[in-house]
Ligand binder design. Structure first.
Ligand code: UTP
Length: 293
């Protein structure tokens, strides 16, 4: 078994029904947070953690994501001719190495578990991999969520899930884990439950959308029956996997934005804008003016 996390799976085949009509013709992963598409922010996080290969699970109407991660010949030639060196360098710095991306189609939005299963041949059966849900932006004030998880993985092995606290009265809306030590940065998971009934959650730590999984998950997903919402649920297969292998919760201390929801998207734009030194002074002034008016 190869124990280096080299590959990341990024599922982008969902329909984005919470964000209509914006997502009718534009994939929600291509909506921008400041001047970068949501999915680019997630690739940035994965690259910073040392990921070398990106496996995108796509679907119909998502072709523009593939174009985004390719070079744009006419654009680059024009920038070069016009001497726009800074813009050109920025574009090239974002470009993944040739051969470092794979795109495979899910063929139908059958659920996150099914989307992950579609990566089985590209990941193979002898290396653990990262999984990042692109609509969940993890705004870190440190190394990055996935980078922290890979550090924890190097120490403990097994499977890892990023978690963060939510208010007790909201646990029924999330995947929740129970852990040995609620306060620890990394702690063994003792229970996993998808959307627990009110008052039954084992803790207030919710699954935030970053995972390191062993390839054993693929066999479990292959036999996984449809669960909540008639979809093949990743959590159901992770629960089965947790009977065979250890799972650890890795607490994320930064801010998380669900950009698949309208409020999360708006907040992410404000927060990421305020953290940019070229935009912060004017943006802050304008927000204050709006709030006063
Ligand atoms: P979501 O449930 O947030 O995405 O899935 P969605 O289905 O697009 O959103 P709504 O609820 O209809 O607005 C989390 C991630 O998993 C991907 C989505 O693209 C998203 O990035 N996903 C989900 C798939 O790739 N395939 C699926 O069948 C479901």
């Amino acid at each position: 078994m190869n124990n280096r996390i080299r590959k990341a799976v990024i599922p982008v085949a969902g329909l984005g029904t919470r964000f209509l009509p914006a997502t009718k013709a534009i994939p929600k992963e291509m909506l921008t947070i400041v001047d970068r598409p949501v999915v680019q922010h997630v690739v940035d996080e994965a690259r910073a953690a040392g990921i070398e290969h990106f496996v995108f699970i796509t679907g119909r109407n998502k072709g523009v994501i593939e174009d985004h991660f390719d070079s744009a010949f006419e654009l680059e030639a024009t920038l070069e001719r016009r001497g726009k060196v800074k813009e050109l360098e920025a574009l090239r710095a974002d470009l993944p190495l040739a051969g470092a991306t794979s795109f495979t189609r899910q063929q139908g939005p059958l659920g996150l578990g099914h989307a992950v299963w579609c990566a089985r041949d590209i990941i193979g059966d002898d290396e653990p991999f990262a999984l990042l849900l692109p609509d969940m932006l993890h705004h870190s004030h440190g190394k990055g969520c996935l980078a922290d998880m890979i550090d924890a993985f190097k120490k403990h092995g097994g499977n890892h899930i990023a978690v963060a606290p939510v208010p007790e009265d909201q646990t029924h809306q999330y995947g929740i884990v129970g852990v040995e030590d609620v306060k620890a940065k990394v702690s063994k998971i003792t229970k996993m439950v998808e959307k627990p009934a009110k008052g039954t959650a084992p803790s207030n730590l919710h699954i935030t959308g970053r995972y390191i999984l062993q390839p054993t998950i693929f066999n479990l997903l292959a036999n996984q029956e449809a669960g909540a919402g008639g979809e093949i649920q990743l959590t159901d297969s992770m629960i089965a996997l947790s009977r065979l292998e250890p799972f650890y919760a890795c607490r994320f201390d930064g801010d998380i934005y669900d950009t698949g929801s309208k409020i999360g998207f708006l907040l992410a734009n404000i927060a990421y804008g305020l953290s940019r030194s070229d935009l912060e002074p004017e943006l802050r002034r304008e927000i204050e003016r709006l709030l006063e008016s």
